[in-house]
Design a binder for this molecule. Structure first.
Ligand code: GTP
Ligand code: MG
Length: 306
């Protein structure tokens, strides 16, 4: 069989549903999702193989005006991603005006001569169709999109059609990932991201945005030498994580009264890890402070933002 690959960057302003779209396309939650902007911090590769075509989908951070060294890194991830792909999917919401970030992205497509498809997301929330048509007209005037597809990343509507519109950009060549691959993220990264998602969902803006999660240890007990004192409990993975906050006051909030918040975050994260990894998880989380780490190059490197 002649194989093909399509490298596609999923871009847009924060919170429009890029990661949700990636997850729906791949059919598994490989990227964390929250109702707070700037959830995604780095490029996340999702892989979907359908017949001869392998889609390599790059979810990117929402494009915004950088205020920290971390957010400069995030914006760089967007620009690097669009320069390495066969096509881009610009995700936007079905209502509202075109934003500066969206104009900037369309300028980049034009400069790179990159084909782009417009995905109008969250159509499940739409009350009047007219709003959608007006926005499509405005976007179409600003850039010659190869297709415009209304979608609901949440419900899956329009997602098959979006894929069909991407398929002409696939190029002949080998598949770069195994056909059953869904992401290139190491398990440790996925575990850390799951914890960060639970923080984003349980805490207010400032605190989770200033948090980084590092997996210190991830050990599958099944790999241990059999010993007489641990015959049972072998299908467990032990995970130790450190949550770094940027302020001492944040640390208190993350831990909560009598440790209640940390317990909630860890318990929600553990449940999701068990589902994702398909194995029992024993999760321990610690909280530490790294003052202003989002502006410190060496700290960013330690946290994996190279
Ligand atoms: N109603 C509705 N909500 C959606 C849809 N797609 C995404 N959302 C919600 O929109 C919010 C943002 O979703 P994300 O997928 O995290 O958005 P993102 O574009 O990746 O955000 P950043 O990573 O911050 O740039 C979440 O609360 C999602 O549940 C959709 O089709 N319909
Ligand atoms: Mg995201």
């Amino acid at each position: 069989m002649q194989t093909k690959s399509a490298f596609v960057a999923i871009v847009g302003r924060p919170n429009v549903g890029k990661s949700s779209l990636l997850n729906t396309l791949v059919g598994e939650k490989v990227a964390i999702v929250s109702n707070k902007p700037q959830t995604t911090r780095t490029r996340i590769t999702g892989v979907l193989t359908k017949g001869e075509i392998q889609y390599v989908l790059l979810d990117t951070p929402g494009l915004h005006k950088p205020k920290t060294v971390l957010s400069e890194y995030m914006v760089k991830q967007v620009n690097e991603s669009v320069s390495e792909v066969d096509a881009a999917v610009l995700v936007t919401e079905a209502t509202g005006e075109i934003t500066n970030a969206e104009r900037q992205l369309m300028e980049t497509f034009a400069a790179l001569k990159l084909p782009a498809i417009l995905a109008m997301n969250k159509i499940d929330l739409l009350d009047e169709k007219e709003k959608l048509l007006g926005k499509i007209a405005a976007f179409s005037q600003a850039f010659p999109f190869s297709a415009v597809v209304p979608i609901s990343a949440l419900k899956g509507d329009g997602v098959e059609e979006l894929l069909r519109e991407i398929s002409p950009f696939a190029k002949e060549g080998p598949h770069f990932f195994p056909d059953d691959a869904m992401t290139d993220q190491p398990e440790r990264v996925i575990a850390a991201e799951i914890i960060r998602e639970k923080m984003l969902r349980n805490l207010r803006e400032e605190v989770p945005h200033g948090a980084a999660v590092v997996i210190e240890k991830m050990h599958d007990r099944a790999e241990d030498e059999p010993s007489p004192d641990s015959p049972a409990n072998r299908d467990i993975v032990d995970i130790e994580a450190t949550i770094y906050c940027e302020k001492e006051s944040h640390k208190g909030i993350v831990i909560g009264k009598k440790g209640a918040m940390l317990k909630k975050i860890a318990s929600e994260a553990r449940m999701e890890m068990e589902e994702f990894f398909g194995i029992h998880v024993n999760l321990q989380c610690w909280v530490k402070v790294r003052e202003d780490w989002r502006n410190r190059q060496s700290q960013l490197r330690n946290f994996g933002f190279e």
